[in-house]
Design a protein around this ligand. Structure first.
Ligand code: KIV
Ligand code: ZN
Length: 509
């Protein structure tokens, strides 16, 4: 990877992990999360040990504001951060949303590259410098912990960047984050940029340098590590690498690279409990509806699987022949047959907690009923089944449309669906023909709801193996120009498909 140990400063130094799954991660097209789901992820991020949770962009929407304030009032160990542009309204809204936070941070950003100044702002460098000073001071009045990001830093003129950073630090910024906003840089450039900042910004020792990499060219993790090796002490990451466009540096990759290559990163100290990685990765995947590619590093289904006979044989003789990490270190255990129809509610709640789901009593009771009926239908209930059940419960609380029943009539011609839905205490029924059973159901639902939805993608997976496996459906719909993802699971694949469609419609309405 070209990182030399000699680049590192002497002594073990803390590397701060700034997680932006709930902000940049949620900016991934189709990845919208409710404020309840965000809180659930925040609890898991805290368990994982991240230093900072960027909980959202409070001015962006009332739901974002609510998510940041909910998280602020509940999270105690990690700092909670809200994003703001350099405007009075953004900063005041962020400050308000962070009022209850034990350790609040406001993250302000302002673009500094020539292309952004010319086309986005139509402003001269002096104006950007003045705005940096004015709004860093304003943010500092509201919050002791300010992070400043010169957006598109890697495409900015270095001399201008030095001036901006110096001004932000002298006006109160404690962290200077360097975003590779469009994922354009390669590792050697990042190394030089961080070194140049250290050598050319007079007050840089009063701030922590941070790095924020996007993955447009697949170099986000390598670039983040290059920055840390050159002296940055904070990395922005997201779980599963989700984020705007091609995503952000993935937390699990950055963390496991540092932990696995202790020979290279021996001077770094991380406070991350890597055994929580698999659990949070699954939680984020389930809640966002973004399935993880099987070959995704660290958290993909195949990341620790060995197919070739030669590999299997060697791993049995000595695991490290083909495994550079121990799966246990990322919390990966074999899928277990954990519960059966005789298991009690306490055992279920305990197992769910271990899988990352904590519910209040009423929901636990409801889940217990659903679990019993699943255990009646399925011979074996695996962790993945429980995750699918729990995932159904983490959907938006207000579900305007709820499925009552679905039936298909397949005659000689096209299949006809009869769908019954509960809406505001009324039962609405419709029938429709379609190109297949799923299509006919969706047409019937369209008639009932009157929502104009365009189906862009449909995917059905088996949650576990075997012919009694639950099906998990995922749909991507375009509703009023917005991409909305819906998920649903059931032992009946048609029901799973209908639930997924209704989930997306409920999110939209
Ligand atoms: O990519 C980016 O530049 C950002 C900033 C808001 C830090 O996400
Ligand atoms: Zn970003």
């Amino acid at each position: 990877m070209g990182i030399k140990k000699t680049c590192l400063p002497a002594g073990r130094e803390k590397i701060f992990i700034f997680d932006t799954t709930l902000r940049d991660g949620e900016q991934a097209p189709g990845a919208s999360l409710t404020s309840i789901q965000k809180l659930e992820i925040a609890y898991q991020l805290e368990n994982l040990g991240v230093d900072v949770i960027e909980a959202g962009f409070p001015v962006a929407s009332p739901d974002d504001f609510k998510a940041v304030s909910n998280i602020s009032s509940k999270i105690k160990k990690s700092s909670v951060c809200g994003l703001a542009r350099c405007t009075k309204k953004d900063i005041e809204t962020a400050a308000k949303s962070l009022k209850k936070a034990k350790k609040p941070r406001i993250h302000i950003f302002l673009a500094t590259s020539g292309i952004h100044l010319k086309y986005k702002f139509k402003k001269a460098e002096e104006e950007i410098l003045a705005l940096t000073k004015k709004y860093t001071k304003l943010a500092r009045n509201y919050c002791p912990d300010i992070e400043f990001s010169p957006e598109d830093a890697t495409r900015s003129s270095k001399d201008f960047l030095y001036q901006i950073i110096e001004a932000a630090i002298s006006c109160g910024a404690k962290t200077i984050n360097i975003p590779d906003t469009v994922g354009y840089s390669y590792p050697q450039e990042i190394t030089s940029l961080i070194s140049d900042i250290k050598n050319n910004v007079s007050n840089i020792n009063k701030a922590i340098i941070s790095i924020h990499c996007h993955d447009d060219l697949g170099m986000a993790t390598a670039n983040s590590l290059a920055a840390l090796s050159a002296g940055a002490r904070q990395a922005h990451c997201t779980i599963n690498g989700i984020g705007e466009r091609a995503g952000n540096a993935s937390l699990e990759e950055v963390v496991m690279a540092i932990k696995t290559r202790k020979d290279v990163f021996s001077d770094f100290k991380l406070d991350i409990n890597s055994k929580e990685i698999t659990r949070i990765s699954r939680l984020v995947s389930n809640l966002t509806g973004f399935t993880i590619a099987p070959n995704k590093s660290i958290v993909g289904r195949n990341a620790f699987a060995h197919e070739a006979g030669i590999h299997q044989d060697a791993v049995l003789k000595k695991r490290s022949t083909y495994e550079i990490m121990n799966p246990k270190d990322v919390g990966l255990g074999k899928s277990q047959l954990v519960l059966g129809k005789h298991s009690g509610r306490h055992a279920l709640a305990k197992r769910l907690k271990k899988l990352g789901f904590v519910f209040e009593k009423k929901k636990n009771d409801l889940l217990f009923k659903k679990f019993k009926s699943l255990a009646d239908k399925k011979k074996e209930v695996f962790d993945e089944d429980l995750i699918a059940l729990a995932e159904e419960e983490t959907k938006p609380r207000i579900q305007a449309y709820k499925l009552v029943s679905v039936a298909i009539n397949t005659g000689k011609n096209l299949p006809q669906a009869s769908v019954k839905i509960r809406y505001k205490r009324k039962i609405l029924k419709e029938k429709a023909f379609g190109d297949g059973p799923v299509d006919s159901c969706y047409k019937a639902i369209d008639k009932i709801t009157g929502v104009k939805a365009k189906l862009l993608n449909y995917k059905l997976d088996a949650v576990t193996r075997g012919k009694d496996a639950q099906g998990r459906a995922k749909v991507e719909l375009k509703i009023k120009g917005k991409l909305i993802v819906g998920r649903g699971s059931s032992t009946d694949i048609l029901e799973a498909s209908v639930k997924a469609y209704l989930d997306a419609i409920n999110r939209a309405v």
